[in-house]
Design a protein. Structure first.
Length: 433
């Protein structure tokens, strides 16, 4: 990997040298001579790089400007309908479901106010999204269903499309949930941290008994009903389940629409967090999964590795973003008591408090948040070539732990850029289908 300055990143592929122009996330094939010029400019410093970019016409169009995102409309809410859980995962950001406080369930009045708040600013044709999380949201199934039905009615009345999602540990699923979720085209994410005993060690019931067998049995009706409803597996990666490739293959065989990995970088008590040696293993495992994705796709096979698929889509679009996600902008988490927080991970955390569903977003707080969290105002992000693909990292993790995974992110994106070029050449239909 070439140590690149903040304005470009040069990388080698099976089809010759290429460069990522950071502003606008643009990828170009370059001839070897220009590659040597880029290396020379990089060693001379940032101004030399900018002069070279300008001489080659790469700096003619400016995509990223330091303009402040101000008062964005609300487009997505996740409701913590149950701040309680029947599992005892040691690393849980929700601290066993209660977010550090007593267990509670969202009353209908709060759920109703949340749904009405979500539609309040939306104009006909503008899509909104409603998600249900916890704790374990299915411990409060009546509110999940009632809120969904209310959203469907309002969406029809106002001509505002609505999408639904739920994240569940899978242990409380019933056959009629499959019918309900399919009927409303839910995106269902099931938390699974490995196969068999690996999952059981990380996600036991509070009694200590393993939960894997229960989950696998109860997700079968959902997997059989996929179509409008999509069922994904989300794997939280800790030092105890780093065998990603085997996990991915087993879950693909089970029939999940998508399988994704999320590293545990910040947990309330520091339990099961990944440290530097673990992150090196994780990167190698992620790349191994990516290479299998490349092999399968070129062979005309489906391989639903979510992290890879998302990276290919975003590089192809030229995604360039000043924030890692919509947290605190168009997306908020709602606590069981109705508090608005920057996202579902900040529920009942003063660091992400943003208002209340009854009174709306506190715009002064939101403006400060957006001004402070923009990637170009963060260090060391400002001098990183990956900043507009990364967006600066998860706000919750950065606030509570810092940035331990920058090398992981850069290493993964460097590989993904190489894979993107290789797949463009070998399987261009992947990007047109």
């Amino acid at each position: 990997m070439i140590g690149s300055p903040a304005d470009l990143h040069r990388f080698e592929t099976d089809f010759g040298p290429h460069v990522l122009i950071v502003d606008g996330s643009r990828v170009y094939a370059i001839d070897p001579a220009l590659g040597h010029e880029i290396d020379g400019a990089a060693s001379a410093g940032r101004e030399a790089v900018r002069a070279l970019l300008s001489s080659q016409g790469f700096a003619d169009t400016v995509f990223m400007r330091e303009t402040e995102l101000r008062d964005p409309p609300l487009r997505s809410l996740s409701l913590a309908v149950a701040q309680k859980c029947n599992l005892g995962c040691q690393y849980c950001y929700a601290q066993g479901g209660g977010f550090g406080g007593p267990e509670k369930a969202m009353p209908w009045a709060v759920a109703e106010a949340s749904v009405r708040r979500l539609f309040g600013q939306a104009r006909p044709g503008e899509r909104v999204n409603l998600a249900f999380l916890g704790g374990e949201p299915l411990t409060n199934r009546p509110v999940v269903r009632r809120a969904t039905e209310l959203a469907v009615r309002i969406a029809a009345e106002r001509g505002v499309p609505v999408g639904f999602a739920i994240t569940t540990n899978g242990t409380l699923l019933r056959p009629d949930d499959a019918e309900f979720f399919a009927g409303h085209a839910f995106a269902v994410t099931v938390s699974l941290d490995g196969v068999g005993e690996v999952h059981d060690r990380l996600r036991p019931f509070k009694s200590g008994r393993g939960s894997y067998g229960t989950v696998i049995e109860r997700i079968k009706p959902l997997l059989e009903r996929q179509g409008a409803m999509q069922v994904s597996a989300r794997v939280t990666v800790t030092p105890r389940n780093l065998g990603l490739r085997d996990t991915l293959d087993r879950f693909v065989e089970l029939g999940f629409e998508s399988v994704g990995f999320s590293p545990m970088l910040s947990s309330p008590a520091g339990s099961a967090q990944l440290d530097e040696p673990d992150l090196d293993v994780l990167l190698a495992e992620m790349i191994a999964c990516g290479r299998e994705f490349e092999r399968r796709v070129v062979a005309g096979q489906r391989y639903p590795f979510a992290n890879m698929r998302s990276a290919m889509q975003e590089i192809h679009r030229g995604t360039h973003r000043p924030y890692p996600c919509g947290a605190g902008a168009g997306y908020f988490g709602v606590s069981a008591d109705g508090g608005l927080f920057a996202c579902h991970r900040f529920v009942d955390d003063p660091a992400g408090a943003m208002g209340h569903v009854e009174t709306g977003v506190d715009r002064d707080v939101q403006r400060r948040w957006l001004a402070e969290r923009a990637v170009d105002r963060q260090e060391p992000c400002r001098s990183c070539w990956a900043r507009y693909l990364c967006g600066g990292g998860c706000h919750h993790e950065v606030i509570h732990r810092g940035r331990p995974a920058c090398d992981l992110i850069r290493g993964w994106l460097h590989y993904c850029l190489q894979a993107y070029v290789n797949l463009q050449e070998r399987c261009p239909e992947l990007f047109t289908s």
